[in-house]
Design a protein around this ligand. Structure first.
Ligand code: SAH
Length: 264
């Protein structure tokens, strides 16, 4: 159950009430309800219509005003409940009808969330909009799994990449991803885990490089599996790890055993 006390937002944080006829593209964070921004919580309570994905948890949906219309538009890698063009058209239609529309997405709307595509259509249609950032899976999960994304001893850069491309391939810049002294975070990569790990090794990362997959990070059922690049895919299969899960590769993963604090 959502804790009401946690979501009463002092007026001094207000950026004003939500406007009719506006689309708010809102990041819901990685799952844990208290990782929502104050702005997101306020807008959910004020919305007339909420258009949401499957990555947004039920607890967060409890913040939506009881009278608001809810539109579930799904979104799993290959299997969209509603095609992207229809989602965009729905947002435009609701806004033109004078609704305060929250388009709620897991994580951050501008990190592998197609937020840019939706906003382009709003601009084309002349619909006013606002973008509310959220905690992206990489930073939420890094914190809750005990894996610092950067560390002066281990990684001076961090790269976010997607394991799922529009045409179903994993045509990534492998030499860039296999560079030393960086952390690589791959979203939507779990179904291609064996291929991704093999490519990283083929492009120069040692087979012994620490790597982790985290399923349902920040949630009560978070699962963290640490291994090495050469064994991770097999271990994940043996453990039955399924999407949504995040892949983190790099020496920072070796700190997980010591820095892990979240025991749901
Ligand atoms: N906009 C989102 C990402 C959407 S892509 C964000 O900023 O986080 C969907 C992918 O994000 C999933 O396939 C998975 O790789 C990752 N992801 C999102 N939430 C997650 C969670 N709680 N635990 C593990 N992975 C998650």
């Amino acid at each position: 159950m959502a804790d009401d006390a946690a979501i009463r937002i002092p007026a001094r944080y207000s950026r004003g009430p939500a406007d009719a006829g506006t689309v708010y593209l809102v990041g819901a964070g990685p799952g844990a309800i208290e990782l929502l921004t104050l702005r997101a919580a306020r807008l959910l309570g004020e919305a007339d219509a909420v258009v949401h994905d499957n990555l947004v948890g039920d607890q967060i949906m409890e913040l939506v005003a009881p009278g608001a219309d809810r539109f579930y538009v799904g979104k799993k890698a290959a299997d969209h409940a509603l095609p992207q063009a229809e989602i965009n058209a729905l947002l435009v239609r609701l806004a033109r009808a004078g609704r305060r529309v929250v388009r709620l997405k897991g994580g951050d709307p501008y990190v592998f969330g197609r937020g840019g595509e939706e906003v382009e259509d709003l601009v084309r249609a002349g619909v006013p909009f606002e973008v509310v950032p959220g905690v992206t899976a990489a930073s939420g999960i890094a914190a809750y799994a005990g894996i610092p994304l950067t560390h002066r001893d281990h990684a001076q850069a961090v790269v976010f990449a997607t394991g799922y491309l529009k045409d179903g391939s994993v045509a990534l810049d492998w030499p860039m991803l296999a560079r030393p002294r960086q952390t690589v975070v791959i979203y939507m990569g779990i179904t291609r885990l064996a291929e991704i790990c093999a490519r990283l090794i083929a492009n120069g990362l040692p087979a012994s490089t620490p790597a982790a997959v985290v399923r349902h990070g920040t949630r009560a059922d978070q699962r963290v599996l640490t291994s090495t690049l050469s064994r991770l895919a097999e271990d994940a299969r043996a453990e039955g790890i399924k999407p949504p899960a995040l892949l983190i590769v790099g020496h920072v993963v070796s700190m997980q055993g010591r820095l892990n604090w979240f025991s749901p």
